[in-house]
Design a protein around this ligand. Structure first.
Ligand SMILES: Cc1cc2nc3c(=O)[nH]c(=O)nc-3n(C[C@H](O)[C@H](O)[C@H](O)COP(=O)(O)O)c2cc1C
Length: 317
């Protein structure tokens, strides 16, 4: 596979500007990130829901399983964040992708052990602050994204361009709504240096979610998702009984307590591990409508790179 050089591939020392998104449960393991990193992209372990012993074992499997760079995604709000940070400092992952919190708290310690630090941002002011704090690059997540879209629901198309214009010298990974090589080409045209793919890799052989979850992603159309959880940490998920309940409560202006009870009664874990597609949080992006098959992750990486080359060739006269 031909190398595709961009500011992000140069920063991270990877062959292809293809990042597998950190996804709680789905990539809280080594199989998926190893397959992606060994295929030339950047595989990302989602540390968010992992217990320390599981995370320790997974970090060791990553270090043993590839010579290529890989990353850990770490939501800074998670319970026990300090212990997780201590473990990561000890294990020195090549790349950290931190979300939901300020970067100053961790940057120096990770830079001291040689970890490249990317920070997830949801707007231009947020991006400028992270760059001022000294992050090495940004992950920009737009409204189409599965999991946690930005509260203002600005699209990836607009947000990527706005952030690339606001911090032109910072390597940017665009995320949200991207499922193929045409999406990657579009993001590079907007000024990003790589694209991050979440929902596309949910439908991979290695993603550790229930087979029914993968089948639901493949069956979904581009209008199959809903955003629910206003004021509670908005999520985008496939429409089901849970999103119907939340939408009804939100439309009837139910008070925050009632909405919180309904929101916390369901979980991503229920959907991902137990296959509860009716009442669980089946988090997925609008890009589910562009995903039509479950494939080995390495094939997904290869196919995105080929589609990228084809998309760029189409643009040249
Ligand atoms: C099932 C699922 C779980 C996710 N978990 C996390 C997470 O733990 N941490 C995080 O920063 N983002 C998380 N995300 C967001 C992804 O990292 C990424 O931004 C998003 O999937 C991009 O949109 P896409 O799904 O259209 O590719 C999750 C997304 C999904 C679909």
């Amino acid at each position: 596979m031909r190398r595709i050089a961009t500011p992000v591939t140069t920063l991270l020392d990877i062959d292809l500007p293809i990042v597998q998104a950190g996804m709680s449960w789905a990539s809280s393991c080594s199989a998926l990130p190893l397959a992606v990193s060994n295929a030339g992209g950047l595989g990302v372990v989602a540390a968010g829901p992992m217990r320390l012993p599981d995370l320790r074992r997974t970090l060791d499997e990553m270090a043993d399983g590839t010579e290529s760079p890989w990353a850990v995604n770490m939501p800074l709000y998670r319970a026990g964040a300090e212990e997780v940070i201590d473990l990561l400092i000890e294990r020195r992952p090549p790349v950290l992708i931190a979300s939901q919190g300020g970067p100053r708290r961790y940057l120096d310690r990770f830079h001291d052990v040689g970890t490249t630090c990317l920070h997830v941002v949801a707007g231009t002011e947020h991006a400028k602050k992270a760059v001022d704090a000294g992050v090495d690059g940004l992950v920009v997540v737009g409204a189409e994204a599965g999991g946690h879209p930005p509260p203002g629901l600005v699209t990836t198309l607009i947000l990527t361009r706005a952030v690339a214009t606001a911090v032109p010298d910072t390597p940017i990974v665009a995320s949200g709504g991207l499922a193929d090589g045409a999406g990657l080409a579009a993001m590079l045209a907007l000024g990003a240096g790589a694209a991050q793919f979440g929902t596309r890799f949910l439908a991979s052989a290695e993603a550790t979610v229930h087979p029914d979850y993968k089948a639901a992603v493949v069956a979904a159309g581009i209008e199959s998702t809903r955003t629910v959880g206003r004021d509670l940490g908005l999520i985008r998920a496939l429409a089901n009984d849970f999103t119907d309940r939340m939408t009804e409560l939100e439309n009837s202006a139910a008070d925050l307590e009632r909405r919180r009870d309904a929101f916390t009664a369901s979980s991503l874990r229920d959907a991902a591990l137990d296959g509860d597609l009716k009442n669980g949080k089946v988090e997925a992006g609008q890009s589910a409508g562009l995903v039509t098959d479950v494939l080995p992750a390495a094939d997904i990486v290869r196919r995105i790179a080929e589609e990228y080359e084809a998309a760029v060739a189409r643009l040249r006269p």
